[in-house]
Ligand binder design. Sequence first.
Ligand code: MN
Length: 324
Amino acid sequence: MSNLDVRPQEATCGGRQDVSAEPVHELNAGRTVALGESTNVRRLLPNLGRRMIGAWCFVDHYGPDDIADEPGMQVPPHPHMGLQTVSWLHDGHVFHRDSVGSQQLIRPRELGLMTSGAAIAHSEESPRDHDAILHGAQLWVALPERDRHVSPRFEHHPNVPVVTARGLTATVILGEFDGALSPGTTYSPLVGVDIALRSGTDTSLPLERDFEYAVLSMSGIVEVDGEDIGPGSLLYLGSGRKEVRVRANTDGGLMLLGGEPFGEKIIMWWNFIGRTHDEIAEARAQWNADERFGTVHGYDGERLLAPSLPAGPLIPRGAAGRKR
Ligand code: MN
């Protein structure tokens, strides 16, 4: 998915000094962002108070939307740099095309993982014949300095590991959870888990003390760390916890996102992550000149051009953003 803002704000993030070593309880409802003509998403990250959770640096939640009589998701070819994208669906399908030649239908609870490295372009669209309901999340993971120029690649993992307990089904998207390891390639210590809970389940999720965590609510009403959270909100939990209690008041779905605090300062602007203003400006100019990022074949439509850069220079700052 693309950041389709016509006037994207730069987000400067990373660096450990803004990450709490203690547990935190910070609820964010996100803000609604129009993605193309037919899809609204809730942007949970980055937000005013919080820029990153480990290396996770971008979280959009979309749907459930009834797209039976609509085209659904139609995100034209656009570039990425310095990050991985994670496509995760609860309902519906997304067809992925990219400039390294991948063409892949992604189904619910299958991992679509694209590593941009230095340069890739992709498109994402609902297939012409599609299910009525589209519901999912799009996430980005920042690549650390040593790996951010790797060759671009796309991984499709239709069978990621599933851990079950009474009333709980945990699907390991990235990293390791309860002894189960996702096959998805990671470049820093992090975890992403899809948690499905049956109504009435009261349990604790095991956590790593030196990771920071957040929980994204996907569906239902689930009490997390003592607070009911509804779909499309993100509860930041900080670090220093060995578990978090979850109680499902209805059947519910969560995504647990965590990782070692990201030690480097980065700049996010539009669909790029870099370290300097000039690097971002160069990537923008090259994409708009149809250089460097390759060609996405088969998408029925025009490429998405990058908007103008903001007037001032892009400067890397801390992970927690402006203080509220
Ligand atoms: Mn994208």
